[in-house]
Design a protein around this ligand. Structure first.
Ligand code: IVH
Length: 677
């Protein structure tokens, strides 16, 4: 289609205008037009691009959300390692830091530092080529990270194309992606209402969101970022100091923290630290300290780096946020396996921007250790997490109306006896599946994200279903009908429909998810996966012996016994049978119990394979018990080199690691897969 010059010019004007307003809104927090006006501009551009698809450019503001979900993230190697920081825990540590630096730089002059808040988020690397965002990656272990470009593109504060001019041909910018506190709060509230998993803290939420395989999910959550440094440049120069570089990055469209200041000498750094300590609670983002960086790049270069940390920067961390409050009562919750957990109900207190009214006490030993009693004044701490912990009892404030905390003798939910075995710290309800609390928890676990991942089956709904007698065990879930659901509180025909659809969808699962979903004591995700790989089939696993279980990697005698006993119980076997009858299924897997020749061998895949995808290769290796990792080290046993293999191949050759061509690799797989069938 021939596009007239006029329309092309109009599209480019709109793009520029949208990028400009996007920058004002997301990076400078200073919008000049209303949301409605912005939407109008955006829609105009969208219309033009729909009509004239040849005008679409990759960095167009309409191209933030890529459509297709990924099945996995690709590993990437950072061109320059992403470093971490040394910590200073006191003013004295800071003074030492300055002394060391002055000595190395052989200077007696006052040193200038860039003082920056240390954002408690997730570090990312953004690579621009000729001004266009080409790749975004997580920090990973500092050397290799994961390619999260599609997710990062959805973040409004990340420019897809750089503004202004004068950027180096290749430019890698680093920063911290985070959730504003306000957004996090709303998001968790919504998740709670819907019965989805709530995040422990904004950092976990940001990390989880960046690792979403479906970028449409990321786009719905409002992540943002602050950039704090440049990683690598090629073909261009940058200003000579950290603060000038940040000003330059801001001009190019990046969001830079407005609280960054220059300090002359370490005393001013200390003053900055104190100032930030008191500001901290009022910020809409979490900071876990401040970072001091020698401002002059020349001096940074002269100081250089140690193995993983620069000599020219140091972080001064804040102590954990604490507050004192009173224990009103202690209640006991019953977990999935009957474990009884004491929870302190507290006089509500403000702590790090949230109201705290509960704290887990873990078990009776913990209560003894703390010397905690009802009526006690305690110190609570939030170490980054939403759920705070009790750190100590404040002895000087004891009240008269105190009561000792006693473990109840019967279950608060079902009234069955509570048993505490001498060697175990936890006490357990003996009610088993007759206990409504245990039933609820085991159904919640069954539906949870890493298990059958039943969307919309939240805590509240599980409670209702169990209380109404509609569901006693996981298999009952698949017998639910529209007629049973609609009369429930907060249930409309549409939500009932959605739930039934989600239940149906969840029936197609994997053996490892199914095993995990059963909720066997001691069987987390990793163990479930080992069991799935080893047995390849639920019937095999059910019929196994305790000794055979101990031969599975990572399973010791205690967990082996628990698994064995679980499958010996008639009720459990019955539930499994019913689940399979209801149509829960997964793709058959090769059992590897007899063919684990690759067990414990470490493989690295590099380059392109012609006969299969990298994911398939990985899955087939893992099914044979091999470990697949992203980077080559002295521990690697084999590197599979496909077409145009790059730096990993070089490294493998340097280290003398065994190399396999695609042909060798397929032959190896076939030999072992056959052996095990
Ligand atoms: S500079 C060479 N500046 O803290 C210096 N890091 O412990 C490397 N962080 O991985 C980082 N805010 O994720 C720097 N203003 C800031 C920061 C910051 C947060 C994080 C970053 C890094 C970690 C280092």
């Amino acid at each position: 289609m021939v596009t007239s010059k006029k329309i092309a010019a109009q599209a480019s004007r709109l793009r520029e205008e949208i990028n400009h307003h996007n920058h004002l809104y997301h990076s400078l927090d200073a919008p000049e037009i209303s949301d409605a006006e912005f939407d109008r501009l955006f829609n105009s551009l969208q219309k033009i691009e729909e009509q004239y698809p040849d005008l679409i450019q990759d960095d167009s503001p309409t191209r933030r959300i890529g459509g297709v979900p990924l099945s996995d993230f690709t590993q990437i190697t950072h061109e320059r390692p992403m470093l971490s920081l040394n910590n200073a825990f006191s003013d004295a540590d800071l003074a030492d830091f300055e002394r060391r630096i002055a000595k190395r730089l052989e200077t007696t002059e006052t040193i200038d530092y860039a003082c920056e808040p240390k954002i408690d988020g997730v570090a990312v690397s953004l690579l621009y080529e000729n001004g266009a965002l080409m790749r975004a990656a997580t920090r990973g272990d500092g050397t290799t990270g994961e390619d999260i470009t599609l997710n990062v593109r959805t973040i409004g504060a990340v420019p897809l194309g750089l503004l202004g001019s004068g950027w180096p041909a290749r430019l890698e910018v680093r920063g911290e992606v985070y959730f504003p506190r306000s957004v996090f709060k709303k998001m968790n509230k919504l998740a709670e209402r819907r019965g989805d998993k709530v995040f422990a803290n904004p950092r976990n939420a940001a990390a989880g969101t960046l690792r979403q395989l479906d970028p449409r999910v990321t786009a719905k959550r409002k992540l943002t970022l602050f950039v704090y440094s440049v990683g690598m440049t090629e073909g261009g120069t940058l200003p000579g100091s950290q603060t000038e570089i940040l000003a330059q990055l801001s001009d190019w469209g990046f969001r830079v923290n407005p609280l960054i200041e220059i300090a002359h000498g370490i005393d001013e750094c200390q003053a900055y630290f104190n100032q930030m300590s008191s500001k901290r609670g009022q910020l809409d983002y979490e900071i876990d300290g401040v970072v001091f960086k020698i401002n002059l790049i020349e001096a940074q270069d002269a100081l250089g780096i140690l193995t993983r940390t620069p000599r020219w920067a140091i972080a001064r961390k804040f102590p954990a946020e604490e507050a004192s409050t009173q224990v009103k009562k202690v209640e006991f919750q019953v977990g999935r396996t009957g474990a009884i957990t004491p929870v302190a109900r507290l006089e509500p207190v403000q702590l790090g921007g949230v109201t705290v009214s509960n704290a887990s006490l873990h078990n009776m030993d913990e209560i003894d250790r703390l010397g905690l009693f009802i009526g006690a004044t305690v110190l609570v701490q939030r170490a980054g997490d939403v759920i705070p912990k009790v750190v100590s009892v404040v002895a000087s404030k004891h009240r008269k109306s105190i009561r000792k905390v006693r473990l109840p003798s019967s279950c608060p939910s079902c009234g069955s006896d509570i048993l505490k075995i001498e060697e175990e710290v936890v006490a357990r309800c003996t009610g088993g599946l007759n206990c409504a609390a245990q039933r609820k928890e085991s159904i919640r676990h069954f539906a949870s994200r890493l298990a059958l991942d039943i969307e919309g089956l939240g805590d509240r709904l599980v409670s209702q279903l169990v209380d109404e007698g509609l569901v006693r065990n996981p298999a009952d879930l698949f017998r639910l009908t529209q007629k049973q659901l609609v009369p429930l509180e907060r249930m409309a025909p549409k939500s009932a429909d959605n739930l039934l659809r989600a239940l149906k969808k969840s029936k197609a699962t994997s053996l490892e998810r199914f095993i995990y979903a059963l909720g066997i004591q001691g069987v987390g995700e990793a163990t479930a996966r080992s069991l799935a790989v080893h047995y390849g089939d639920i019937a095999q696993l059910q019929g196994t012996s305790e000794e055979a279980l101990q031969a599975v990697p990572d399973i010791g005698p205690i967990v082996a016994q628990k698994i064995y006993r679980f499958f010996q119980q008639d009720t459990n076997r019955q539930v499994i049978k019913e689940l399979l009858q209801q149509g829960v299924h997964w793709q058959a897997q090769q059992p590897t119990a007899h063919a684990r020749a690759l067990v414990e061998l470490r493989f690295v895949l590099t380059g392109t394979l012609n006969g299969m995808t990298r994911n398939e290769a990985k899955a087939r290796l893992q099914a044979l018990g091999a470990k697949v990792s992203g980077s080559v080290s002295a521990k690697t046993d084999y590197v599979v080199a496909g077409d145009s293999a790059g730096s990993k191949l070089t490294k493998a050759t340097e280290l003398g690691v065994n190399l396999l061509s695609e042909e060798d690799f397929i032959a190896l797989l076939k030999a072992h897969e056959k052996g095990g069938a």
